[in-house]
Design a protein around this ligand. Structure first.
Ligand SMILES: Nc1ncnc2c1ncn2[C@@H]1O[C@H](COP(=O)(O)OP(=O)(O)O)[C@@H](O)[C@H]1O
Ligand SMILES: [Mg+2]
Length: 343
C-alpha cells in the first residue's frame, strides 16, 4: 500500500541544519497496522508528512497504492491525498463547528449532496459511538470524544490509509485503549491500512503488526512486533521494550545494592527471557525438580504480543554450585535467554 524509497528531508533554519529524515525506505502492506516508534525529535512526524506529501522530501520516492505521489503535479496530488486520512495528538477540530459539521467538512469539499452527506455522517457517528454528540461543539467533548470525531472526519472520504501521529499521546491510559480499539475495528472492518506514529511501546504492543524504530532520522530496525519484542537488536529498541516492563529495574537495584536483590554466598541472580513455546513447558518447576535447586522469583513480566507470550523473570537460584551451573546450561539449551546478573 505504501512504498517509501530512500526518503531524505533536511530543514535549514536559523538554528542550523537538521537532517530530519535520512534515507528511509519502508514497505507497508495493504490492511496492516504499521507502527513507527522513536523518541521525540527522531523524525517520525516529518516522515509521516512525507507520506502524504504535506512535506515534500528532498529526494526519494513515495508510492501509495501504485501511484507515485512524488511524481504528481499539485492538482493531481490534491486528489490523491483524499486516499490518505490523518489524525493528530491535538485533534485539530474546528472549534466553531459542531461535531456533525466537522465530520461533514471533507465531504462538502468533495461536493457531495446534502443527502449523501447526511447519510455518511450518520453512519460515521454510529461507527465512532457518538450519535448523541451530533450537535455538540468540540469544547463540550472529552479528549477521547474529540479524537473519535477526528477519526470520523479522517475516514469520511473512505481513504485507503489512515496516518495517526501520536493520536493517543494526549489521552489517559483507559481512553488510549478505547481509541486503539476503535482503530483496530476500523482496520478490521473497513480494511483501512493504518500507520501509527508513537513514542510509546505500549501502543505498538497493543495494535501493531509490524513496526519500524526510528533514531536520528533513520530507521534502525523494523520487523514483526513480536520479533522485536523478543530479540531487540538495537539499544534504542531495547530501551523501548524495557520501558513496558519493570524487569530492567533489577540492574539499577543491583548497582544501588538494594536489599531486595541482595544474595547470599552460593546464590546466583539471573534474568530469563523466553518466548511462548518455552513458557508452556513449566520451565521453572522442571528445572527446580530436575537439578534440585530453589528458584525464588524476584520480578516477573509476561507480555502478550500478537498472541505470543514473552516472559522475563528475575530469579535467585540457590543450591549446589554444580547443579546451578547445570540448570543454567539446561535453560539456555531450551531457548531461554539467560543472563547472570550477580553471583
Ligand atoms: N518545519 C521544520 N523546520 C525546521 N526543523 C524542523 C521542522 N520540522 C521538524 N524539524 C526538526 O526535525 C527533527 C525531527 O522532527 P519531528 O519529525 O517532528 O520528530 P518527531 O515527530 O519524531 O518528534 C527535529 O529536530 C525537529 O526540530
Ligand atoms: Mg512528532
Amino acid at each position: 500500500m505504501i512504498r517509501l524509497e530512500n526518503i531524505n528531508k533536511t530543514f535549514h533554519g536559523s538554528g542550523g541544519t537538521v537532517e530530519a529524515v535520512r534515507d528511509v525506505s519502508l514497505h507497508i502492506e495493504a490492511g496492516e497496522i504499521f507502527g513507527i516508534i522513536g523518541l521525540s525529535g527522531a523524525g517520525k512526524s516529518t516522515l509521516a508528512r512525507c507520506i502524504n506529501l504535506l512535506e515534500r522530501p528532498d529526494s526519494g520516492r513515495v508510492v501509495v497504492d501504485g501511484t507515485e505521489l512524488t511524481a504528481l503535479p499539485e492538482k493531481a496530488l490534491r486528489r490523491q491525498r483524499l486516499s490518505l486520512g490523518m489524525i493528530f495528538q491535538h485533534f485539530n477540530l474546528m472549534p466553531s463547528r459542531t461535531v456533525y459539521e466537522n465530520i461533514a467538512y471533507p465531504l462538502k469539499k468533495q461536493k457531495q449532496t446534502a443527502g449523501q452527506i447526511e447519510r455518511r455522517v450518520t453512519e460515521l457517528l454510529e461507527l465512532v459511538d457518538l450519535r448523541d454528540k451530533r450537535d455538540a461543539y468540540p469544547n463540550q467533548l472529552s479528549g477521547g470524544q474529540k479524537q473519535r470525531v477526528a477519526i470520523a472526519r479522517a475516514i469520511a472520504g473512505q481513504p485507503k490509509v489512515l496516518l495517526c501521529d501520536e493520536a493517543t499521546s494526549a489521552l489517559d491510559p483507559a481512553t488510549t485503549l478505547s481509541i486503539l480499539d476503535l482503530l483496530k475495528r476500523i482496520n478490521r472492518s473497513l480494511g483501512i491500512t493504518i500507520v501509527v506514529i508513537t513514542h510509546e511501546m505500549a501502543v505498538v504492543k497493543e495494535i501493531c503488526d509490524r513496526v519500524a524504530v526510528m533514531e536520528k532520522g533513520r530507521v534502525v530496525e523494523s520487523g514483526r512486533v513480536v520479533d522485536l519484542f523478543s530479540i531487540p537488536a538495537s539499544p534504542v529498541t531495547r530501551s523501548f521494550v524495557e520501558s513496558t516492563a519493570n524487569t530492567c529495574r533489577v540492574f539499577d537495584l543491583v548497582r544501588e545494592s538494594a536489599p531486595i536483590v541482595a544474595i547470599e554466598p552460593g546464590q546466583v541472580l539471573v534474568r530469563l527471557k523466553y518466548l511462548g513455546h518455552s513458557a508452556d513447558e513449566a520451565l521453572i518447576s522442571r528445572v527446580s525438580r530436575q537439578y534440585n535447586i530453589d528458584c525464588n522469583i524476584l520480578f516477573g513480566n509476561i507480555d502478550i504480543v500478537s498472541d505470543t507470550a514473552i516472559g522475563t523473570l528475575v530469579l535467585v537460584l540457590s543450591g549446589e554450585k554444580n547443579n546451578i551451573e547445570a540448570a543454567i546450561g539446561y535453560l539456555s539449551r531450551n531457548n531461554v535467554v539467560i543472563e547472570v546478573i550477580d553471583r
